[in-house]
Design a protein around this ligand. Structure first.
Ligand code: ZN
Length: 428
């Protein structure tokens, strides 16, 4: 299987953050990794392959190195979440004719109108009654069948629609779930659906986190299938590349870590997000469990390097004027180092040079992105992580078109290049 067809399978198995972590875990288990729980006392030996999950939506996997401070650690970070819509509590709204629509809230910054008129479904997690009220049971939920659509208003009611059409998140974007006999049939409908899907009693479904996702799978397009179009390429293509590199690399004696955070799209400010101490704590515990002292921990941090992997903007053939005149990466031209003078990215000349050297050793071309100086641009994981951990590192990603659309487009060749660069990095 080529890397890009494996990426298609990974994307199709990962409709939302919780399921992306499940699929990552399944692949780690198959490769001989085992779970470490944060509540247990850790003992780790060199060569151990372990992972830790946080909230079911973030996952940190590592292959332990020879010694706690030996050559530091090699980290590749990415994020599990994508912009979209979350189902609100008491979500069922019954309209004329028994049409049920769902009340939703926008998550992150999706391009709203890309979500109209396509088959959608729901996935996420359910929280079920357990023996201990402080520790209910968490189960993934995935309605695999098309369930919903957000129908657009017909052009006959708004002839100016193609001249630009402002959208209300509360009015325009609510998806239709189906038809019911009366209002009573709609009350608690989604909870009943969750109970039925999981084969549990309705009263045992204490709560749930459900998001909309686009049902159509990833597909290759272009003359030779040189592009991949899919929902959630940002940032699941980088999750897949980091995971594949972790599994395909042999290492160099240094500890290799894949850090998949949640909630990047909303600013990383949760316990499973990059602004929390979750990675610093993991590193500290890992060091101690390998027999290292506090001094070893600081030596380890000083000798470590991080690749913060989040997709980049490839130059769009219809909008050349939006991009920097000299540094505008192209789809198919290789992984992209992201640079910002005001430090929205962690990249500096030192870390950019390290990444370019790694790419050179892997035989992979490298490109550079800076914003057009009149365009604000986005942010990512790297500089948020350095507020907790003063690591050297680079912000990079594969170039994509239509970032935050319901379907984004990237290059098949770039995915292969990225995996080769990541594998080389883990082997340095
Ligand atoms: Zn991203």
């Amino acid at each position: 299987m080529t890397h890009v067809s494996d990426l298609q399978a990974f994307l199709d198995a990962s409709p939302v953050n919780f399921l992306a972590v499940e699929e990552t875990r399944r692949r780690l288990d198959a490769a001989g990794f085992s779970e470490l729980r944060a509540v247990d006392a850790w003992t780790i030996r060199p060569g151990d392959r372990r992972y830790v999950r946080v909230n079911g939506s973030a996952i940190f996997a590592f292959v332990a190195g020879d010694a706690p401070a030996h050559k530091g650690v090699r980290i590749i970070a990415a994020h599990s979440d994508s912009p979209g819509f979350r189902v609100k509590p008491a979500c069922e709204i019954v309209c004329d004719g028994g049409i049920v629509k769902l009340n939703t809230e926008v998550y992150g910054g999706p391009i709203l109108y890309t979500w109209f008129d396509r088959p959608l479904s729901l996935a996420g997690r359910a929280i079920l009654r357990g023996a201990d009220p402080l520790h209910p049971v968490q189960r993934p939920v995935w309605f695999r069948r098309p369930l919903l659509v957000i129908p657009h208003l017909a052009i006959h009611f708004n002839r100016a629609v193609n001249e630009g059409n402002a959208l209300s998140r509360q009015k325009d974007m609510l998806p239709v779930l189906g038809r019911v006999a009366d209002k009573d049939a709609a009350r608690g409908l989604v909870r009943r659906m969750v109970a039925e899907e999981l084969g549990v009693a309705e009263a045992d479904v204490l709560d749930y986190d459900l998001s909309l996702y686009t049902v159509e799978g990833a597909s290759l397009v272009g003359l030779d299938g040189e592009f991949i179009t899919s929902g959630r390429l940002d940032d699941l293509s980088m999750v897949h590349a980091a995971l594949t590199a972790l599994l395909e690399s042999h290492g160099s004696g240094a500890t290799r870590i894949m850090a998949i955070f949640d909630n990047e799209e909303t600013g990383s400010g949760t316990k499973q997000g990059a602004a929390s101490p979750v990675l610093a704590d993991l590193l500290r515990r890992l060091c101690a469990a390998l027999g290292g002292s506090e001094e070893d921990y600081y030596r380890c941090v000083a000798d470590s390097f991080m690749v913060s992997a989040d997709n980049a903007h490839g130059v769009h053939p219809n909008y050349m004027e939006k991009y920097d005149p000299t540094s505008h990466p192209v789809l198919g031209g290789g992984p992209v180092v992201k640079i910002n003078a005001n430090c929205k990215y962690m990249t500096d000349a030192d870390s950019a040079a390290v990444f370019a050297s790694v790419c050179e050793r892997a035989g992979v071309p490298v490109q550079y992105f800076v914003n057009h100086s009149d365009v604000a641009g986005g942010s990512t994981l790297g500089n948020i992580l350095t507020s907790q951990l003063p690591l050297r590192g680079v912000d990079m990603g594969a170039p994509v078109w239509a970032m935050h659309s319901a379907r984004e487009t990237a290059s098949a060749a770039d995915h292969d290049y990225t995996i080769r660069a990541f594998t080389e990095f883990f082997n340095c």
